[in-house]
Ligand binder design. Structure first.
Ligand code: HT7
Ligand code: ZN
Length: 890
């Protein structure tokens, strides 16, 4: 496989103006007639037409109704003698068949539960018909679907239903017209036995719209939240950015077989059931929150992605980074309370730091706008999505919230209906704000798009009592990443405040006597810069990178006392939480990096424990915030703070910390459980979700403490709550408390849970994931995982189920996966190879579990390398897996 380079982009040699597709749907053999109205691109030298196609059987090719000569070269259909530019438009008709029932890759046209679905992004349309399958070729589509009426009563495609009716032999048809030009990756069809929740709405401009959420019969009672989320998304985009719904009909369809979360096909979004279906009996608070943000995300793509799309796949973050930013802002705006907003921001940053920072430091590191790729599916990454969103957020910081809204308006005015680049977006935001820091610094700011790696900002403070001044020297560096040995300085907005030692906020007075208004953001542009603040009676405590104002690692040598001050008093909730994390990281790393015997160790000092007690008992803090502060940094996050990683030592130290907190705060956990335990009638709002999260944590800690004390009361209460709970969050948290503490009652609760929910696939996923992700005790998890794979409900073909067992073990349970006997890595290599034969896209994601093998200590390092070599030795690997393992071994 060869790499594709951004620098090689050329415009297409042909345009496709209209596409008429006619499908005769049959799982074994679907016939596809594709009639395109095409013309040569006069700006490109005359050349043959090369259409992409994969796993298709070609029956016939006609040009202007006449048989035409063609050849097949690899995965391309090549037509050499076509009308010239002077002849104008011509018709090209292609007749092919494909086999949806055999499509285990879930790309192109596939069958799930006797229903037809499509997935075309990024390059799935070529598995449906021969086409110029690239995002800058935009056409209007008319689609006719024909199928057996009894088996496939619902026939859907993009746009408006313009005709439908019966055919011979019990078949029927539906004809859809999408009025908007779109790239092929936004094409979709669905056909099957589905039912829908419907809602009619009137937009601000008085236009009426029909909203529909389609699911399998029996799931209708789980669609209310998705519908509410959709209505909230429509209202929000119109209110915040003036972007209305442009379609008469907007449809969401749920499928249980899907490679990712959801897909924004124009007017016909296709979703993983995980991000649609919810009722209080089957879904947790996290599920409810995820549904809201994924429904929002896909809806927001209707403008950021569909109305204005990407010129090429290197620009993927143009739509993904922007749309993640938009869905984050949507969820933030829905939080009425400032504390709930802070919780949402902390959760987003946690994802960035535990998933994207490692990616940026590993073999798959790439810029937000990559320069090359082998398999585009491997570039749907946390860098493109989450780091891309942080880049957009920094733009908003630099131009202000209103300035950013103006920039968005200009962007859509300039580029509506076009396929454009990340440069076009940044330029529009800057042009709408000519006096802004962004406009002044645009070329340098765009290094965030071109340079990979996470910058480190080192801060050093110095107080001078004589002049009553405090200087803060900031220096930025960025480590080399694959293909980028050196980096130029970034533009880094740094939110900043100063606290007195008693915790009160200090005014920021600069040396020229002016007072800087709060919230203050310093825009760093040089490798090293010093800021000076005056009129300070004593050394202040700096609160740096407030709100996590840039995706960087901040290095500052805080004393414990300073961190305790920030934890107790910082008005910036993010930095308040961050101070607690820094204290915990410090205690953990001191032990992990040393070589002292850690059996029976108590890593946490009294000051930390007292601080946690104060937070837990605090009369004014919200439960959700308390839960975040009391959650220890993850094993993955701790690993990222070390150059040489011993996963077992990290696991042991973190478990010792958990257990110490459980015992030292036993009375406080009991108080929290009693205080927050009753959340009344179920509502998935941030306030009551927070109370349930803290109660769940309290129960888990109380069961953990019971492990040492021999107490039977709390495990008994957990079991009772598990049985009686009125919602899935409380029930699952109680079950998890028993499982994670290794209590014998877990052995009763687990089969009971399975029996209760045996027909609920998404709940069974939780049941599998809980066991595969459980705390390892003497190597018991791997045999349990192998056993789970033999369970009649397990199938590697279903991505959700594969994720719930194999990924939960290999990618989310480091203490169980990194075994001294290398058995975890052997299991990983077997599964990567097995999955690759079924679904390369999912296999390649699993392959990334060993991305950071070079940082492992021995014996893990050599064993991990051996496993990678074993996978790489397979000669028939997909491009997807080959790219990941080759980069890891390079
Ligand atoms: N734009 C979509 C990305 C996507 C995808 C979705 C489902 C299956 C395969 C896929 N490949 C790429 C999802 C999104 O970001 O909204
Ligand atoms: Zn997206």
């Amino acid at each position: 496989a060869t790499a594709i380079h951004r620098a090689d982009y050329t415009a297409p040699a042909f345009w496709i103006d209209t596409v008429e597709l006619c499908f005769d749907l049959d799982p074994a053999k679907t016939r596809v007639l594709n009639k395109m109205r095409m013309r040569r691109n006069p700006d490109v030298p005359a050349q043959a037409l090369r259409l992409d196609g994969e796993e298709l059987n070609l029956a016939r090719v006609l040009v202007n109704g006449q048989g035409a000569s063609f050849k097949i070269e690899g995965n391309q259909l090549v037509l050499e003698s076509l009308p010239g530019v002077e002849d104008g438009a011509f018709d090209l008709e292609i007749f092919t068949t494909c086999a949806p029932a055999k499509n285990t890759k879930l790309m192109g046209l596939f069958v799930s539960n006797d229903t037809f679905f499509t997935q075309c992004e990024a390059e799935g349309f070529r598995r449906i018909t021969y086409f110029l399958d690239r995002p800058d070729v935009m056409a209007t589509y008319t689609v006719t679907l024909r199928a057996d009426k009894a088996k496939y009563p619902v026939l859907l495609s993009n746009g408006n239903l313009v005709d439908h009716g019966p055919l011979d032999d019990g078949r029927h048809f539906a004809k859809w017209e999408d009025p908007f030009r779109k790239p092929s990756y936004l094409f979709a069809l669905v056909a099957g036995q589905l039912v829908s929740r419907e809602q009619r709405i009137s937009a601000r401009n008085g236009k009426d719209h029909l909203l529909q959420v389609f699911v399998r019969p029996g799931d209708l009672d789980k669609t209310e939240h998705a519908m509410h989320s959709l209505m909230a998304s429509i209202a929000w985009d119109e209110a915040r950015f003036g972007l209305p719904l442009d379609l008469e009909r907007f449809m969401i369809v749920a499928t249980s077989d899907f490679n990712m979360g959801a897909m924004e096909n124009k007017g016909l979004n296709i979703f993983n059931t995980k991000y649609v279906l919810a009722n209080q009996a089957t879904a947790t608070d996290t599920d409810y929150a995820n549904i809201e943000s994924v429904v929002g995300h896909e809806y927001f793509h209707n403008w950021s992605g569909n109305r204005v799309t990407c010129r090429d796949w290197f620009q993927l973050s143009l739509k993904e980074g922007l749309t993640v930013f938009r869905d984050q802002e949507f969820s933030l705006d829905l939080c009425r309370d400032p504390s709930a907003k802070a919780v949402k921001r902390i959760e987003d940053v946690r994802v960035l730091r535990t998933a994207q920072f490692p990616e940026d430091a590993g073999p798959m590191a790439h810029p937000v706008r990559p320069d090359s790729y082998i398999e585009i599916n491997n570039f749907y990454t946390v860098t493109i999505y989450e780091k891309g969103a942080e880049v957009v957020r920094m733009m908003q910081t630099l131009v202000g919230r209103d300035g950013f809204a103006k920039g968005m308006t200009l962007y859509f005015e300039r580029f509506d209906g076009q396929a454009v680049t990340c440069d076009d977006f940044a330029q529009a935001i800057a042009d709408a704000n000519p006096q802004s820091e962004l406009a002044r610094l645009l070329p340098q700011f765009k290094r965030w798009y071109s340079q990979a790696g996470t910058p480190r900002v080192q801060a050093v403070g110095h107080y001078d009592a004589a002049s009553r001044s405090y200087s803060l020297t900031l220096s930025q560096t960025c480590a080399p990443t694959p293909g980028q040995a050196t980096k130029e300085p970034f533009v880094i907005p740094i939110g900043l405040g100063l606290l007195a030692q008693d915790g009160s906020a200090l005014p920021l007075q600069s040396a020229d006597g002016s007072t800087l208004s709060a919230p203050y953001t310093f825009v760093m542009t040089e490798a090293t810069q010093t800021l000076t603040f005056v009129n300070l009676d004593a050394e202040p405590v700096p609160s740096i990178l407030r709100g996590f104002s840039a995706p960087v690692v901040l290095v500052y040598d805080y004393t414990d006392a300073q961190l305790l001050t920030l934890l107790a008093f910082d008005t910036d909730a993010f930095n308040r939480w961050e101070a607690g994390q820094r204290l915990a990281v410090r205690s953990a790393i001191t032990l992990i990096a040393g070589d002292a015997d850690i059996s029976g160790v108590k890593p946490l000092n009294d000051a930390y424990i007292e601080a946690m007690r104060s937070v837990l008992r605090h009369p004014d803090l919200d439960a959700a915030f308390k839960e975040l502060v009391l959650t220890l940094p993850s094993e993955t996050y701790l690993a990222e703070q070390l150059n040489v990683v011993d996963p077992q030592r990290i696991h042991a130290v973190r478990e010792a910390m958990r257990s110490q907190l459980a015992q030292a705060l036993a009375n406080d956990w009991a108080w929290a459980y009693e205080t927050y335990g009753d959340t009344g009638a179920y509502r998935p709002d941030p306030l009551s979700s927070g109370r349930r999260a803290l109660t769940g944590m309290a129960l888990s800690q109380l069961c953990l403490a019971a492990q040492t004390s021999g107490d039977v009361v709390w495990p008994g209460k957990a079991y009772q709550r598990f049985k009686d709970a009125g919602n899935m969050t409380d029930r699952f948290n109680a079950l998890a408390a028993l499982v994670s503490s290794g209590h014998p009652l877990a052995a009763q609760a687990l089969p009971r849970f399975h029996a209760l929910f045996k027909d609920e696939a998404l709940v069974l996923d939780k049941w599998f994931a809980l066991q595969a992700g459980a705390t390892d005790r003497d190597g018991n998890i791997l045999p349990a995982v192998r056993q789970l794979m033999k369970h009649p409900d397990f199938s590697l073909r279903n991505p959700n189920r594969a994720r719930s067992v194999v990924f939960s073990y290999c990618s989310a349970n480091p203490g169980a996966f990194h075994r001294r006997d290398a058995a975890g890595y052997v299991f990983w290599s077997e599964r990567v190879i097995e999955l690759d034969g079924i679904n390369p896209q999912v296999a390649a994601r699993l392959a990334r579990a060993l991305d950071r093998w070079k940082n492992l200590a021995e014996p893990y390092r050599s064993a991990a390398r051996e496993a990678l070599v074993r996978v790489a030795a397979k000669t028939d690997l997909s491009n997807d897996v080959r790219e990941v393992v080759s980069r890891a071994l390079a």
